[in-house]
Ligand binder design. Structure first.
Ligand SMILES: C[S@@+](CC[C@H](N)C(=O)[O-])C[C@H]1O[C@@H](n2cnc3c(N)ncnc32)[C@H](O)[C@@H]1O
Length: 268
């Protein structure tokens, strides 16, 4: 198995930057007796599977369930096709053609490859997380400079032993976690973010549904931007929220030096 230092394919909002704090937290939960050999980890907002991956690495004998709401699995399976398209794009880039000719050549390649990994290929041809349109109207020629010559590695063993489901997170919690023995990993999208990168759009009522459904023990990633602590305080009378704690914080540098503050919250 390769040693993974990041998800095999880029994924907006992946929790790679939280890995160290999260792994320390898992040890803390183990020492607190919350995690044992029978614990089933339910990664409700699975995204790139990064949290499932590192949880399985840390507890290889435990069941880990990854909710692949975005169908990241399909992107992983398409890596050979993505690598082939990448090679073609590199060849086109080297020709230094006009923007229109470059577009035409790219369209030929894309039309010959049905159902390509839209997110990765968009990353090669656009900026600012824009998604490619069929007519390439979002194409920015200078974006081609970003294409690396290095082949994307096959994700061998990345989610080995991890079980995969695809469901709305709240439905999943309601149908699976009722019987106990589960440890919920909750990493919902930021509140009210119009992220083009995700399948869903998470608004206040989605948060309310989620906070109603969650069951202890759990850990919850949330950001100051989403007012997560204020939100939890508002509903603190609920048994499943009462006594929540912040385990750790992480600061992500945003544009113009502004830092975004993310929390790892838990409740046992
Ligand atoms: C912050 S990301 C999770 C990132 C993930 N922990 C990782 O490390 O890659 C939130 C994820 O929740 C997904 N999502 C949005 N609405 C959802 C829903 N109703 N049920 C389950 N997942 C949902 C998004 O598409 C996105 O993949």
């Amino acid at each position: 198995m390769h040693k993974f230092t990041a998800p095999p394919l880029s994924f907006v909002g992946n929790k790679k930057y939280f890995s160290k704090i999260y792994l320390e937290f898992l040890d803390f939960a183990l020492l607190s007796g919350v995690i044992n050999k029978q614990t089933i980890f339910l990664d409700c907002f699975g995204g790139s599977g990064w949290l499932s991956h590192i949880t399985k690495q840390r507890f290889p004998k435990n069941r880990v369930i990854w909710n692949d709401y975005d169908n990241y699995q399909e992107r992983l399976e398409r890596i050979p096709q993505t690598n082939a398209i990448r090679q073609e794009l590199l060849r086109i880039k080297e020709k230094n053609l006009s923007k229109e000719k470059t577009k035409q050549e790219i369209l030929k390649v894309l039309n010959a490859n049905l159902n390509y990994d839209l997110r990765t290929i968009s990353g090669y041809l656009t900026f600012c997380g824009q998604t490619l349109k069929e007519d390439l109207s979002n194409f920015v020629p200078s974006a081609l400079e970003k294409i690396t010559k290095t082949t994307i590695k096959e994700p061998i063993g990345y989610l080995e032993g991890v079980e995969r489901v695809q469901s709305d997170a709240v439905n999943l919690i309601e149908t699976s976690a009722g019987g106990g023995g589960y440890f919920l990993i909750l990493d919902p999208p930021y509140l009210q973010t119009h992220s083009k990168s995700y399948e869903g759009y998470f608004n206040l009522s989605d948060y309310a549904r989620l906070l109603n459904a969650i069951k202890k023990p759990y850990c919850l990633f949330g950001s100051a931007k989403s007012d997560i602590l204020e939100l939890l305080s508002l509903v603190e009378e609920k048994e499943q929220i009462k006594g929540f704690c912040v385990y750790g914080e992480s600061f992500t540098k945003m544009n113009q030096g502004i830092k975004d503050r993310d929390y790892l919250i838990y409740n046992f």
